[in-house]
Design a protein around this ligand. Structure first.
Ligand code: GUN
Ligand code: FE
Length: 426
């Protein structure tokens, strides 16, 4: 399966921009050296003789990008959903994450996580691990073996968490992070990259943030964290960082808010004008996590506004704030949440449409990984083959309508094949 050039035949649908599908019925999607060469209605003469893999009657879509997911939380998804964020972290999350000190437990849990992510339509993901260096490496080994394109973070926490999980001091947290990065360099992974992961402002002292900035400059690393998720969290950040103009400024003061390196912030449910402006200036990516925002009663992010402002927006499952890694479900939640927001909170922001959430789940988030999430020439050949025949239907449906139904119904049963950077991983 390593031919340098090959062709998939099927019903092709993707987006170049939010709000407009590009469709090619029973067309040809050509891969050359792991990249998209083009989409063709009829094969040009020069491509004659090249092997064609037959996916006729199936949908060919770009692989989905999960911009925010917590691997160690996969084990308790769907449990303890009656709390708000800060209580939920203390009661559910921290005790579970502490278990990843034990490598036996970590291996069992991360094998299940990786297996299910591999079966899903996700080809790229930004993943939080825990504070534990060894368990994080183990997760990275498994993801590398699965062939998914991921960025994985060893979490940093040196305050406001139980002793059993805290890294104790900024110095220790920074030293563990450097050791982890050096271990990762020795592994020479092809598809798995490290990402700096200060959990959120309440978990990280100023001294730790200063250290992380130095580490970022030394190793040129991207950053992921949480931002303006929940009302009580935001009030807490104000208390902890009275100097910061707004929550995002508390990261920016340390140079950890996109100014020097690709940065993705999850949630942004309550971002104010200044925060939105700064994210735009610094080209921060937003991971919209609608299910999590409902489950821990955070609210509904103004995604239409982000799109109108030209911000980079992708979709995150945020397991276990969200219950599922299935990004089709996350797309449906994004549409549904936007409708409720429009109806009960702010009529100026129209609900999201399928072609907008699909863009967010493909190219919108994919761009965090480079040229990913579209079938334009030169994009990474990330493709999911969806067999939608399980959903029987008495009438003719065009390709766009079939995809719309996939957004509401698809799970791993529909994923028949999956390519990442031209490699068939499923
Ligand atoms: N903020 C800090 N940590 C977390 C987490 O694990 N999940 C979510 N949803 N928000 C957070
Ligand atoms: Fe999260």
């Amino acid at each position: 399966m390593n031919e340098s050039i090959f062709i998939l035949q099927g019903d092709i649908i993707y987006t170049k921009e939010a709000g407009k599908f590009e469709i090619c019925e029973n067309g040809y999607l050509v891969c050359e050296q792991g990249k998209v060469k083009g989409v063709y209605r009829t094969l040009p003469f020069t491509l004659g003789g090249i092997p064609v893999r037959d996916y006729k009657g199936k949908l060919l879509i770009p692989g989905l990008a999960d911009l925010h997911i917590h691997a160690p939380q996969y084990s308790f998804r769907g449990l303890g959903m009656d709390m708000e964020l800060l209580e939920w972290l203390n009661v559910n999350t921290f005790p579970e994450e502490a278990k990843y000190r034990e490598l036996d437990y970590a291996r069992k849990a991360y094998e299940i996580f990786t297996e299910n992510l591999k079966k899903s339509a996700t080809t790229r993901a930004c993943i939080f691990a825990t504070v534990h260096r060894e368990a994080t490496l183990l997760l990275m080994d498994l993801l590398e073996e699965a062939g998914l394109g991921t960025m994985v973070g060893k979490v940093n926490m040196d305050r406001n968490c139980p002793d059993y999980l805290s890294e104790g001091s900024a110095k220790n947290s920074a030293a563990e992070t450097v050791e982890w990065i050096q271990d990762v360099e020795h592994k020479k992974y092809k598809y798995t990259r490290p990402i700096l992961t200060p959990r959120f402002i309440p978990s990280c002292t100023d001294e730790l943030m200063e250290n992380l900035k130095k580490i970022q400059l030394r190793y040129s690393l991207p950053v992921q964290s949480h931002l303006s998720e929940n009302i009580s969290e935001i009030a807490w950040v104000k208390e902890l960082c009275p100097q910061a103009e707004f929550y995002g400024d508390a990261y920016d003061r340390f140079g950890l808010f996109g100014a020097d390196a690709p940065t993705v912030m999850a949630h942004c449910v309550h971002s104010d004008e200044r925060e939105i402006e700064r994210m735009k200036e610094n080209k921060v990516f937003i991971a919209h996590c609608p299910e999590s925002n409902m489950n821990v009663s955070s609210g509904i992010a103004p995604v239409r506004r982000f799109l109108e402002e030209g911000l980079h927006v992708g979709i995150g499952s945020d397991v276990a704030g969200g219950t599922t890694e299935n990004l089709f479900t996350a797309m449906a939640h994004a549409v549904q949440a936007s409708k409720l927001r429009w109806r009960i909170q702010d009529e100026s922001l129209k609900p999201l449409r399928a072609e907008e959430v699909f863009y967010m789940a493909t190219k919108g988030g994919g761009e965090f990984f480079g040229k990913v999430g579209s079938f334009e020439p030169g994009y990474e050949f990330d493709v999911v083959v969806l067999n939608d025949s399980r959903l029987k239907h008495p009438q003719y449906l065009d390709i766009q309508k079939r995809l719309e139904r996939m957004i509401y119904f698809a799970d791993d049963r529909e994923v028949e094949a999956k390519y990442v950077g031209g490699r068939k991983v499923l």
